[in-house]
Design a protein around this ligand. Structure first.
Ligand code: NAD
Length: 446
């Protein structure tokens, strides 16, 4: 068994053709095949844990604890959750029929779509390639996985290992950048699952339209944090720092900026500075669990944002090692450069707003975020944020955590994406929900 790395062009058609021939054998439909694939993926992650941690360190300077928890452990949880519940999820669901169709029976059946494409980004290069694959395989599909070329060590590990553990005629890995992805996108898939930025999301959706292929777009954007007066600011600061500076801020659901109501802006500053020191020590450059910026282009983009406000903590950087300190900026204007696009790095701007109404107006003036976070003790504030704003997810008190709960759908809305996955939502994404009606020929029509 070998990995599939076609040159751009006709080889993409060859890979898809090979997978389509496998799908046509119907072997991927059986629950046993699905379970075998998930179990094999589990074994791969366990047996090659150290290889994978090495690749993640090489690509993003990820420390072993964080890399294990957010990439390998995360995917193992997704596999285990799926294996535990797969029989229930695949069981046909009886449906009621109107009187005039009786006697007859009806059920709703989830069937695999066929051959799907998973396109992954660089920031969680293992998790974001494999967690969608868990859903695709659990739903009985063949899949092409296209890892990100910006995380080359992880991409190479995925290409080397997947065909050794999984059904290599049902799962192919295609490495490469724009030309290879373009060649893949010219093929007809039965679903395309893309994670990355919205510009490429539009390219993916345009290509998918040629074949009427449904898409899931897991995109990003600026996820705000609302700070309500009266909340415990020391706890809020600690939880914000953990969510923001994970993976050096290169997390799609990282808190992008803080909307601090009234005096909370000034009051949280010392707590944030303290929380950074508590989490990463006096010199985060020496902290084994603090990551690095993925490449020089992103490093230069981020350091150009540093004079968008008054530095509360951080601001130091080193291009040679692509280190950018955990940074908090205060007194930031909504017109500052740091507020124009998703930051996707370890810079946390604080914007002061007079009241909750102004915070809600600020959020609603912008694209719908992938996540909205709030620290508040007020049920009224919670209710207003729930009913007066729209976002992929809404989390009170613990940024980023929602994506680790597999019973919660994960996805965006508007500019932050379309579709959702994790747990049973992945089965929905990668299945066709088929209506089946059975009316006996020897029974009368109503
Ligand atoms: P990236 O540069 O790795 O690109 C993502 C994928 O798109 C890669 O596999 C790449 O090869 C492919 N690609 C790039 N240009 C292409 C083109 N012109 N045609 C076809 N394919 C192309 O990653 P990125 O886009 O920089 O990722 C960061 C973005 O992704 C951020 O906006 C982040 O918020 C978002 N993101 C979202 C999620 C989520 O789950 N919603 C998760 C992670 C990242």
């Amino acid at each position: 068994m070998t990995s599939s790395n076609p040159a751009p062009g006709p080889d993409a058609a060859g890979v898809v053709g090979r997978l389509r021939a496998t799908f046509a054998t119907h072997r991927t439909v059986s629950a046993k095949w699905r379970r075998d694939q998930l179990t094999a993926l589990r074994t791969l992650l366990t047996e090659h844990r150290d290889d994978l941690l090495g690749a993640l360190a090489a690509d993003l300077g990820k420390g072993p604890e964080e890399a294990y928890r957010t990439e390998i452990g995360f995917t193992l949880n997704e596999i285990d959750h799926t294996l535990d519940r797969l029989d229930d999820w695949l069981a046909p669901r009886p449906a009621e029929l109107p009187e005039r169709l009786l006697p007859a029976t009806a059920r709703v059946v989830r069937e695999p779509l066929g051959v799907v494409l998973v396109i992954a980004p660089w920031n969680y290069p293992l998790q974001l390639a494999l967690a969608p694959l868990v859903g695709a395989l659990a739903a009985g599909n063949c899949a092409v996985v296209k890892p990100s070329e910006l995380a080359p060590a992880t991409s190479a590990a995925i290409a080397r290992l997947l065909p050794r553990y999984l059904d290599a005629d049902a799962v192919a890995v295609v490495e490469g950048a724009v030309p290879e992805t373009t060649a893949l996108l010219a093929q007809r898939f039965d679903h395309i699952f893309y994670t990355g930025n919205g510009t490429v999301g539009r390219i993916v959706m345009t290509a998918a339209a040629q074949h009427l292929t449904p898409v899931t777009l897991e995109l990003g954007g600026k996820s705000p944090v609302v700070l309500d007066p009266g909340t415990d600011l020391a706890t809020a600061a600690r939880r914000l720092v953990v969510g923001k500076f994970l993976n050096a801020g290169q997390t799609c659901v990282a808190p992008d900026y803080v909307l601090a109501i009234g005096d909370t802006a000034r009051d949280i500053e010392p707590h944030l500075a303290e929380a950074v020191r508590e989490t990463y020590g006096a010199d985060p450059a020496a902290a084994p669990e603090y990551g690095r910026i993925v490449n020089e282009r992103h490093f230069d983009r981020l350091t150009a944002l540093l004079d968008s406000g008054r530095t509360v903590i951080g601001g130091t950087h080193d291009r040679a090692t692509r280190y950018l300190a955990p940074t908090v900026l205060a007194d930031v204007s909504p017109h500052a450069p740091v507020m124009q696009e998703e930051i996707f790095g370890p810079i946390l701007p604080i914007i002061t707003v007079p009241d909750l109404g102004a915070a809600i107006a600020f959020i609603n003036d912008r694209d719908k975020p992938l996540a909205l976070y709030a620290f508040t003790d007020s049920d009224d504030t919670k209710h207003r944020l729930l009913t007066e704003t729209s976002s992929g997810a809404l989390t009170f008190g613990l940024p980023v955590a929602h994506l680790t709960a597999p019973d919660l759908p994960f996805g965006g809305v508007g500019e932050s994406g379309m579709g959702r996955y994790h747990g049973e939502y992945s089965i929905d994404t990668f299945s066709h929900t088929k209506a089946v009606l059975d009316k006996p020929l020897d029974k009368p029509l109503g």
